[in-house]
Design a protein around this ligand. Structure first.
Ligand SMILES: Cc1cc2nc3c(=O)[nH]c(=O)nc-3n(C[C@H](O)[C@H](O)[C@H](O)COP(=O)(O)OP(=O)(O)OC[C@H]3O[C@@H](n4cnc5c(N)ncnc54)[C@H](O)[C@@H]3O)c2cc1C
Ligand code: SF4
Ligand code: SF4
Ligand code: SF4
Length: 380
């Protein structure tokens, strides 16, 4: 099977296996990887045939797709979305017409899983970025059944999750719409659990609500906010919160994110969304710091859906290349942090905040010690 370094955990292999002998199992770092029960496997080769990472070349850069700067007119929805609320504007067209929308939601225990939503009022569960790898929860098989039953399905996920679904389905469906986003990378669920435990211990109370994209201090200076059962609240800017510092320093991401195949403006999805980072530099008149999305139109189907949503949107055609310097994840992968392995080796064995701080701004002596361990070929 695929080396761990490149497997995205898309679960296409598990979903296709005719013998149901592949399980997605957690590794020591907390990421899900396929594991085969070799006693049941009949070596049919389907799992390898379907794997999008084996099958597909890196996305080729053709002409850049039509690009818009856009935001939803409903200000309440925009406030409660990561950027401009475009996800909701297109998703509600599906739920209002008896379709089903799949996306990432918090479960009761605050783990992140993909769920299907049929009511417009439930779309809030999917709104806002959750900076942790979402568990697809075996949803590909259910999606295939719904498509075969002529239900319209909108699937929203990371580019590799969309790649996994399309590969698993093996043929195009007119009633399927896929939506991905510009993706920095996904942190490990184990890192997320350690952060939650650290905050709950500090506040001596359970967390009931999480918002990674609290806009109360503005979209560009977004915060992480937590509500505790005891009524206390926590809010810190993305540059100060320990979990976000780890995420943005690239120490807590899945290995495949450091060599991601999906870095391109051309995707297999119908629409690609992003934060319009850099708009204050390239077109300040469009920036009110309340949230603006970039929308890349990848297909005719994507263009038609966006066109149907346009009465609920402000839209201006723009040029995606202008913001490459401000949103590099559009076209290239992030670099692995030097102390990533050291970080994961100690995760769960020491105070979470101290571990992150120590890895991100280590003292001279710590750096020297790690360098020596590295030179000796031990853990780094
Ligand atoms: C892990 C991650 C990394 C990102 N990195 C970048 C980046 O580098 N640059 C950039 O411009 N934008 C990035 N984004 C995308 C951006 O934050 C917004 O999702 C996008 O601008 C859409 O915003 P919106 O207001 O239209 O929708 P929102 O209401 O924010 O909708 C969010 C959509 O994303 C889906 N989603 C949320 N969390 C996850 C998850 N963990 N896994 C799969 N799907 C999820 C939801 O299901 C929903 O469909 C990232 C998002 C995530 C989740
Ligand atoms: S080779 Fe066939 S039976 Fe074996 S794990 Fe892969 S899909 Fe399943
Ligand atoms: S199909 Fe997806 S989960 Fe399976 S090996 Fe390939 S990338 Fe990994
Ligand atoms: S960076 Fe690439 S591999 Fe990592 S989650 Fe995003 S799309 Fe998947």
């Amino acid at each position: 099977m695929l080396p761990k370094k490149t497997c995205t955990g898309c679960s296409a292999c598990m979903s296709i296996c005719p013998k149901n002998c592949i399980c997605m199992t957690r590794d020591a770092n907390g990421f899900l990887y396929p594991e085969t029960d070799t006693k049941v496997c009949v070596n049919c080769g389907l799992c390898e045939k379907i794997c999008p990472v084996i099958k597909e070349k890196n996305q080729e850069q053709q002409n850049h797709p039509t690009t818009y700067a856009a935001s939803i007119l409903n200000e309440e929805v925009r406030k409660n979305s990561s950027s401009g609320g475009i996800f909701t504007a297109v998703a509600q067209l599906i739920t209002e017409n008896n379709g089903i929308v799949y996306g990432a939601a918090f479960s009761e225990d605050l783990s992140v899983k993909h769920i299907g939503v049929t009511n417009t009022s439930d779309l809030d569960k999917l709104r806002r970025s959750k900076y942790v790898q979402s568990d697809l929860n075996g949803c590909f098989k259910a999606i295939k059944e719904q498509l075969e039953n002529n239900t319209t399905v909108l699937f929203s996920g990371t580019p590799c999750q969309v790649g996994g679904l399309l590969s698993y389905l093996q043929k195009p469906y007119e009633n399927l719409i896929t939506l991905d986003f510009v993706c920095h990378g996904v942190p490990s669920p184990k890192v997320w659990e350690e952060y939650l435990a650290y905050q709950e211990k500090t506040y001596n109370s359970k967390i009931t609500v999480v918002n990674f994209r609290d806009k109360s201090k503005g979209w560009k200076t977004f915060s992480v906010s937590l509500v505790f059962e005891n009524g206390k609240n926590y809010i810190k800017g993305f540059g100060e919160d320990t979990y976000m510092k780890a995420f943005l320093s690239n120490i807590s991401l899945r290995s495949s994110c450091y060599g991601c195949k999906y870095k391109s403006t051309n995707r297999k999805s119908d629409l690609t969304l992003a934060d319009y980072w850099g708009i204050d530099k390239v077109n300040p008149s469009l920036d009110d710091n309340k949230g603006l999305s970039m929308v890349l139109v990848q297909s005719k189907k994507g263009a038609e859906l966006l066109n149907k949503a346009k009465n609920n949107l402000r839209m201006t055609e723009t040029d995606v290349t202008e913001v490459f310097p401000y949103n590099p994840c559009i076209i290239k992968s992030v670099y692995e942090h030097n102390f990533r392995q050291y970080f994961f080796n100690r995760l769960g064995k020491t105070d979470f905040q101290k571990l992150v701080n120590n890895c991100l701004s280590p003292s001279y002596l710590t750096r020297l010690r790690r360098k020596l361990i590295q030179l000796k070929g031990g853990e780094n």
